[in-house]
Design a protein around this ligand. Structure first.
Ligand SMILES: [Zn+2]
Length: 399
């Protein structure tokens, strides 16, 4: 399975992946997903948002769902998303090899636009299917070329019908396996971990305005340069986050007119901020905004800050986490927080008991071609997922 996916959407120059939702590479991954379902006799169900689940129709009652996503960030790694999907199919193969008979249906899901790399809103597919975003708001989303979400879906051959459908009906519990996106498991010397919570996080647009002018003839003291205000704000954000053990990143900017020999008239920059509590996130962003406004006052520029999306803290079901983490030969798996958002967080917030398994990432790097996982750890992940599904769908499993 890994060999099938390896070349799809891979950049020859960077080795990173470009699998933006409803683009050709991501659709190819989706077609592969359908083939894998067909090869295992899984019954495929889709919704009008582009999400898909393949069901092993067996047993009765509320189903156990696993899976992850197949899209990537721009120039992303191989594992973020696909590792969870591939491991889900492999875990089903392992369970069948063992002769395991599930007492309830088992599903493998693929959620669409998890990264928000095309339409700017992370976990778009799971937000739509749970009603965390309204269809009307999603209809207005556009990609960088101005293409609205429904048009992009239609262009890829889908028939969009945005909003909660019936796809999650019958899902009693969700387990998502994911490559770890930091170094916690490396530091603990553990191949597998279980998630305790997702930090609150948000995306904020900073619009800096100034005065376009000539880069040569305008004296430094006569400028109203929004790039300078932006740069000082980015430095202040870094300092603030460092001081409090939090995260603040300006990872995307647009300058107008974006000319080498021009003082820009406008700079738009997007802040990604993440903190341990909802309060501390609000404080951090307010403080960065305050420092930006201070600087704008001195530069003679303007600044407005708009929250584009804010996700509150998600605490995963502690009983479920304990039930999956305990009782393994090598001892209990560590239960750790994550600073990354996931579809699992959206489903958990929607009231579905949810757990996440992490597979150690030796580089600790993610959202980059340097993202990594050892084969032995990936196989341990498949074992861990299969064991978890056994506990959730086996004899004596409770709701
Ligand atoms: Zn992911």
């Amino acid at each position: 399975m890994w060999r099938d996916l390896d070349p799809i959407g891979r950049s020859a120059s960077s080795g990173g992946y470009f699998r933006q939702p409803f683009g050709s590479a991501e659709r190819e991954c989706h077609a592969w997903f359908l083939e894998q379902c067909a090869a295992r006799g899984l019954e495929v169900e889709s919704d009008g948002n582009g999400n898909t689940i393949g069901w092993w129709r067996t047993g009765e009652g509320q189903g156990v769902l696993t899976g992850s996503h197949l899209d990537s960030v721009l120039d992303g790694g191989a594992y973020d998303g696909p590792l969870g999907v591939v491991s889900s199919f492999a875990a089903i193969d392992l369970l069948r090899d063992r002769g395991f008979v599930p007492q309830r249906p088992l599903g493998v899901g693929a959620f669409v636009e998890e990264e928000g790399s095309r339409f700017g809103l992370a976990c778009l597919g799971s937000r739509l299917m749970t009603g965390a975003i309204s269809p009307a708001a999603a209809q207005e989303l556009r990609d960088r070329d101005g293409v609205p979400l429904p048009d992009a879906m239609a262009a890829s051959g889908l028939d969009p019908s945005l909003g909660p459908g019936r796809l999650l009906e019958g899902v009693g519990v969700f387990v998502e396996l994911h490559v770890e996106q930091g170094r916690d498991l490396v530091d603990r010397g553990a191949a597998i971990g279980v998630a305790s919570e997702i930090w609150p996080h948000g995306r904020y647009r900073f619009d800096f305005t100034g005065e376009a002018n000539h880069a040569g003839t305008t004296r430094m003291e006569d400028r109203h340069d929004p790039m300078l205000t932006y740069a000082m704000t980015a430095m202040a954000a870094n300092e603030q986050a460092r001081a409090s053990g939090e995260r603040a990143t300006f990872g995307r900017i647009e300058a107008v007119p974006n000319g080498t020999n021009a003082v820009p008239s406008r700079v738009t920059a997007w802040l990604d901020a993440r903190c341990a509590t909802d309060d501390s996130l609000e404080k951090l962003v307010t403080e960065i905004g305050r420092m930006g406004h201070d600087r704008a006052g001195r530069d003679g520029t303007g600044l407005s800050v708009t929250a584009e999306s804010v996700s509150a803290r998600v605490g995963f079901d502690p009983d479920l986490a304990g039930r999956l983490a305990d009782g393994h030969d090598g001892g209990a798996w560590p239960i750790i927080p994550t600073q990354a958002g996931h579809d699992a967080g959206i489903l958990s917030a929607a009231g579905i008991p949810t757990a996440m398994l992490f597979v150690r990432n030796p580089t600790g790097v993610s959202h980059s071609p340097a993202e990594a996982a050892e084969t032995a750890d990936c196989l341990a992940g498949v074992e861990a997922l299969a064991t978890s599904l056994e506990r959730l769908a086996g004899e004596g499993a409770t709701e």
